[in-house]
Design a protein around this ligand. Structure first.
Ligand code: NDP
Length: 276
């Protein structure tokens, strides 16, 4: 019998997740269906109940419901979901939500390590942004044991509270700090990750010109077009520039693995999305 899954968001029409999971299912010969479902802004919990009772096995959750998904699955949430306070992958049975996971962080790490072949260990990392996406990658980045981990945000208090919250988690052998954009001057980083939503409005981020160390990776979590951050990186010496398409596919692969117990090959799926 076909096992049913879905991605739930609002809006959801743009989602590439059904296409990604279709490719995973074909590749690994899994009998699943996967659709996109728009839940009303005030009706996420009711939609989950409905899917569960209809026999769905699980779902992905996207904007703006990841925090609500965490609330619903808190009791069964993983350490990553707890630290992110957000869930993007749920598993159900007929009577309950059985787990809540956040695969965004591991998706980012896997994309950078496996697809760009760049390690975090011993490196200087700059994370730009302190919203939901940034929070979700704090613990996974710390666990990679970088040398320096700096979080910069327009509202520096938010960066500071992330640093305070995550200071005790993972290894303590890291120079872990927050920064304002002005304070970045004179510092260079090996991996610079843009986790802001500035790209959505084509806004520039006020980075100093020498922010990229020799050989640096500039990574934008957004995908679909070159953002002002990626253009800045191209013009100011970043050696490798990546958008967030690989992260999207890698987080989906982790969800697929949780649900099905088989790990799909991601490079052909990333290539198919880039060159349809
Ligand atoms: P939030 O709304 O939670 O946070 C937005 C962040 O962006 C805040 O830190 C905010 O700073 C900052 N910001 C917004 N505009 C600007 C600007 N003009 N200049 C500088 N900083 C700015 O958003 P999310 O964290 O949920 O999402 C961020 C991005 O990550 C989105 O583009 C999303 O598409 C992407 N994403 C990609 C994924 C993938 O799989 N590739 C997965 C998850 C997210 P302040 O606090 O000062 O307002």
């Amino acid at each position: 019998m076909t096992d049913r899954y879905a991605v739930i968001g609002n809006p959801i029409a743009h989602s590439k997740s059904p296409l990604i999971h279709k490719m995973f299912a074909e590749q690994t010969v899994q009998d699943i269906s996967y659709e996109k479902i728009e839940a009303p802004l005030d009706g996420f919990a009711a939609k989950i109940d409905e899917l569960r009772k209809a026999g769905y096995k699980g779902c992905n959750v996207t904007v703006p419901f990841k925090t609500q998904a965490y609330q619903l699955s808190k009791e069964f949430a993983s350490a990553e979901a707890k630290s992110a306070q957000a869930v993007n992958t749920m598993g159900f049975d007929l009577t309950n939500v059985v787990y809540g996971e956040n695969t965004d962080g591991i998706g980012l790490i896997n994309d950078i390590k496996n697809n760009s072949k760049i390690e975090f260990n011993g490196k200087r990392i700059l994370l730009i942004g302190a919203g939901g996406a940034a929070r979700g990658v704090c613990l996974p980045i710390k666990l990679e044991k970088p040398k320096v981990f700096c979080i910069v945000n327009r509202d520096v208090k938010k960066a500071q509270s992330l640093v305070e919250e995550f200071r005790g988690l993972g290894t303590s052998q890291i120079e872990f700090r927050q920064s304002t954009f002005e304070q970045l001057s004179g510092n260079a980083f090996d991996i610079v990750i843009n986790a802001t939503s500035a790209g959505l409005t084509d806004s520039e981020i006020p980075l100093p010109k020498n922010i990229f160390a020799p050989g640096a990776l500039a990574y934008d979590m957004m995908y679909g077009r070159e953002t002002p951050f990626m253009k800045f990186a191209r013009e100011h010496g970043a050696a490798v520039i990546s958008d967030g398409l690989g992260m999207l596919v890698e987080q989906a692969a982790e969800s697929f693995f949780l649900w099905r117990g088989v790990r799909p090959e991601t490079p052909p799926v990333i290539a198919a999305l880039r060159h349809p």
